[in-house]
Design a protein around this ligand. Structure first.
Ligand code: 26W
Length: 841
């Protein structure tokens, strides 16, 4: 019995507006208090005792203890946002590659040391618990990890930004290597539960699919559109806290899980088809079952479109619900108070969905709705590969989202009218710019819908943004130059230096203080220390220890012994032809040939590490993995080679692996064909951790080189312009003839030296190198790549000078913090005010 039936439940917490947080207890942050919470969860909540031999339970107990401390800050942040009635940004992304949460939470809460001690006093090493946490691998690669770094930086800058994504039951597949081939296994990351999330069924949304539209007069006499006979699916939100760095702010990542509606059983159940009707639940629950593991092409899969609409619709409805709760059903101030950042074209259906919601559900007219849409949507492009630009068959839309198709047609009709006013009679331009691509199977060009529907369009590095304006989106740039802008990517130094490299963190803190952890430009103060021999020695010692840790990982996962005195030469990223892992392996074969020929004077021993996942349907990428493994096998087992060269392919590359890899790397391979890699972000993580880059003038490499200076960067290869020019007369046969080293490498490959028992296995690879239409122009850059590698080897021999360059790379990496990136998004696109959370207690 409640003592006051009239009061709303939990009315003691309802004190809007200007609520305070007086009823939330403040939990202690000392080692004893954290230890006490840990014991409470372990003993009382999880019910385990000293006989517990699974590390899972102490890990969960610790996660719960930490989560409690996030929870009070989370509430106070959200209440402060409500009280401030501030403008907010919703970051819509199909991918959030969060990795692990524990050590990041400890760092940002400022209780790493207290927790370490609290557990140590109980006889526990917290790192062992941390190792038990599975990665939240809800992303393919760069785009998804960037979204995760953005979340961290927004919380650190105290910006009211909320992430919206999908809670995939199965994340990025687990990769194993069998006989040198990639095998895929499902990643059931939620199997043992996920202690960091909070289910919020009270904010469940309903998402419509299928059905048809009807035009009827509404109660006010005007015509209204009704989308009826739909098959609805519920979207249930799960929230994960995103702590800022020691500032009391905790933002939210809201991930949607699909569920069947309750009505599913009634009709069929009564008709006796109970099992069939329960079976229908599957269709609804399938939507968020699995992440699509493709990062460059999507082939019109219906389930993928369902996922995209599910994310867009649930998120927009949620934002509008929240808006209406706070402001009533008046949309006048909506655009001034909301921004939607679209992470690539994947959530772009949000443009049409916002129009639908405003018109069909809230009764706004077209013009008003369009004004709101066009002033709230902003679009980020992450790729120049034409095959990665999403298109959806009109036919599929007609079946699945008939009302949205009508709206897209209307957007397009009005847009094309505008074009013919600007360029009367230019029919070719109309055809080029139309959101609908005509042809046998008409398609919707999602990038164009995003361009038309947004007030801001940005690329992710300076070169990429320029190329968008000159190439892919040229027509749109001519029409709306003011929409286009650049936002060079970054990475969060909290995870990618402070947390993953405690050795270096310690040295840096001792030298210049801790300010860099929230202001990366402060690393510049390290630059003078590059000239200090004592400091260089300390720097080297840390690198050496990190290399030993990396060597341990390689030993454990590949069975190959890396000697920490060798140069660690690393390329980790998705496997794709444009990223040219093939060029890397050609260099390895060249080194092998030199060793076999006895050409080893002043040799620098190298350990070459390559890791990354291939899309399961990408045959060429999988064959490249096989080639890497076969070359590794020959090289590692040849007694002539010995310690001079080792090659390993690291299986199952993921966020937590990168946390060991980047601190232990000497040479960072960023060798894409110029004009193809939009930005790259791994390149920035390596730089922060003091690796030197060997790279082309592509993506953010250009800006990295600008920051650190040409003397501390190994540049090679054609520029993006040269690549484009050369296409017309590219002649790889002539290149191969003209370079004896390349000839020899091709000869070894073509003779089957690395596939003795499987003749012709790699023919398609060698043929692609010889093909004058090779889009990636591997042969064209070989000669200068080898020259740059030789330069790197020579530089590595001069230990002091290499260390100097290593220090300078870290020192000059300040620009590549996502704190800077987010500040720029905010200044140019979002215009949010930072909000300080309410004081606790
Ligand atoms: C159609 C499926 C699909 C899925 C993902 C197509 C394209 C993608 C992404 C655009 C691929 C991606 O991750 N792009 C990378 O984004 C990073 C963050 O901006 C950049 O640093 C990388 O250069 C870019 O390849």
């Amino acid at each position: 019995m409640r003592h006051n039936d009239d009061a709303p439940f939990a009315s003691f917490l309802h004190s809007r507006p200007n609520q305070k947080l007086t009823d939330i207890p403040v939990l202690g942050m000392s080692s004893t208090q954290v230890g006490k919470s840990f014991k409470h969860y372990f003993n009382n909540t999880l019910g385990r005792d000293r006989n517990c031999d699974k590390v899972h339970y102490p890990y969960v107990a610790l996660a719960m203890a930490i989560r409690d401390r996030l929870m009070e800050r989370w509430k106070s942040t959200q209440m402060a946002y409500d009280n401030a009635d501030c403008k907010r940004t919703s970051y819509l992304s199909m991918e959030f590659l969060m990795g692990r949460a524990l050590s990041n939470s400890l760092l940002n809460l400022g209780i790493t040391d207290a927790t370490t001690k609290g557990l140590y006093d109980l006889g526990i090493l917290w790192e062992e618990l941390a190792e038990n946490e599975p990665d939240a691998g809800l992303g393919n690669g760069g785009l998804g990890r960037l979204a995760a770094c953005f979340m961290d930086s927004c919380a650190t800058l105290q910006l009211p930004v909320k992430g919206f994504g999908i809670r995939y039951e199965y994340g990025m597949f687990r990769q194993t290597i069998v006989d040198g081939n990639q095998m895929e296994e499902p990643d059931h990351w939620l199997r043992d539960g996920y202690p960091w999330e909070l289910e919020r069924p009270e904010y469940t949304q309903r998402v419509q699919f299928g059905g048809h539209t009807e035009y009827r007069r509404g109660s006010d006499g005007s015509f209204k559109v009704f989308w009826v006979d739909t098959h609805d699916v519920l979207a249930v939100p799960y929230d994960t806290p995103i702590p800022g760095y020691r500032n009391g702010t905790v933002n939210t990542l809201r991930l949607w899980k699909s569920a069947a509606t309750d009505e599913f059983d009634l009709g069929e159940f009564n008709a006796g088809s109970y099992a069939e009707s329960v079976g229908a639940k599957n269709a609804a629950e399938n939507i968020t079952m699995v992440l699509y593991p493709n990062d460059s092409s999507e082939n019109g899969k219906e389930l993928r479109l369902r996922q995209q609409y599910f994310l867009a619709s649930a998120s927009l409805k949620d934002v509008i619900r929240d808006w209406c709760d706070r402001s009533g059903q008046l949309f006048d101030g909506f655009a001034a108070s909301n921004c939607f950042q679209l992470n690539d074209t994947h959530p772009t259906i949000a443009v049409a969905e916002l129009m639908r919601l405003l018109m069909d559900e809230y009764g706004l007219g077209w013009d008003k709705a369009w004004e709101i849409t066009q002033s709230t949507m902003a679009y980020t492009n992450h790729t120049l590969l034409p095959e990665a630009l999403e298109k959806w068959p009109v036919r599929l839309f007609q079946q699945l989202l008939p009302r949205l198709l009508e709206i897209i047609y209307e957007i397009n009709a009005r847009f094309l009218r505008q074009i013919s006013c600007y360029w009367p009679g230019d029919n070719d331009r109309l055809r080029r710019m139309s959101i609908i691509e005509e042809g046998g199977e008409p398609q919707i060009r999602m990038a164009y819908l995003a361009l038309v529907g947004s007030f801001s369009v940005n690329g992710v590095a300076q070169l990429h943004s320029n190329l968008l304006k000159e190439g892919l989106f040229r027509d749109f740039y001519e029409l709306w130059p003011e929409k286009f802008n650049n936002k060079t990517n970054g990475a969060t130094q909290r995870r990618w230096l402070a947390s993953c490299n405690p050795g270096l963190r310690g040295v840096i803190n001792k030298t210049i203080g801790e300010g860099w952890i929230s202001d990366l430009e402060q690393l510049r103060q390290l630059a003078p220390y590059a000239e200090d021999a004592k400091f260089r020695k300390i720097w080297r010692k840390v690198k050496q220890e990190n290399k030993q840790k990396l060597a341990q990982l390689v030993k454990q996962d590949c069975g190959i012994k890396f000697d920490a005195n060798a140069m660690f030469d690393v390329q980790v990223k998705r496997i794709h032809e444009y990223k040219r892992q093939l060029l890397n392996i050609l260099h390895v074969v060249h080194l092998y040939a030199r060793i076999k020929a006895g050409d080893t004077a002043e040799w620098i021993p190298r350990c070459v590490l390559i890791g990354g996942k291939a899309a399961p349907g990408y045959a060429m990428a999988k064959l490249i993995i096989k080639l890497i493994n076969n070359v590794a096998d020959v090289v590692n087992n040849d007694p002539d080679v010995g310690e001079l060269l080792k090659v390993a392919f690291l299986p199952n590359y993921r966020v937590s692996a990168m946390e060991v890899i980047c601190p232990g790397t000497d040479l960072s391979e960023q060798i894409s064909t110029a004009g193809k890699e939009a930005s790259g972000t791994g390149n920035m993580k390596f730089m922060m951790n003091g690796a030197l880059t060997i790279g082309t003038l592509d993506g953010a490499n250009i800006e990295i080189r600008e920051e650190v200076g040409d003397d501390h960067f190994f540049l090679f290869g054609m520029t993006a312009e040269e690549v484009m020019d050369r296409r017309t007369y590219y002649n790889p046969e002539a290149v191969i003839k003209g370079d004896p080293d390349l000839r020899q490498v091709m000869n070894l490959l073509e003779k089957g030296h690395f596939n003795q028992f499987f003749p012709r296995l790699f023919d398609s690879i060698t043929q692609s190198i010889r093909n004058p239409h090779d889009p990636w122009m591997v042969a064209a850059d070989f000669t200068s790549y080898i020259a740059a590698q030789n330069k790197a080897a020579k530089a590595y021999r001069d230990v002091e000078s290499w260390t100097r360059s290593s220090i300078l790379n870290t020192a000059m990496s300040g620009k590549f913090s996502t704190d800077r990136t987010m500040r720029e998004y905010n200044e140019d696109i979002w215009h949010l005010e930072p909000v300080v959370p309410l004081p606790l207690g």
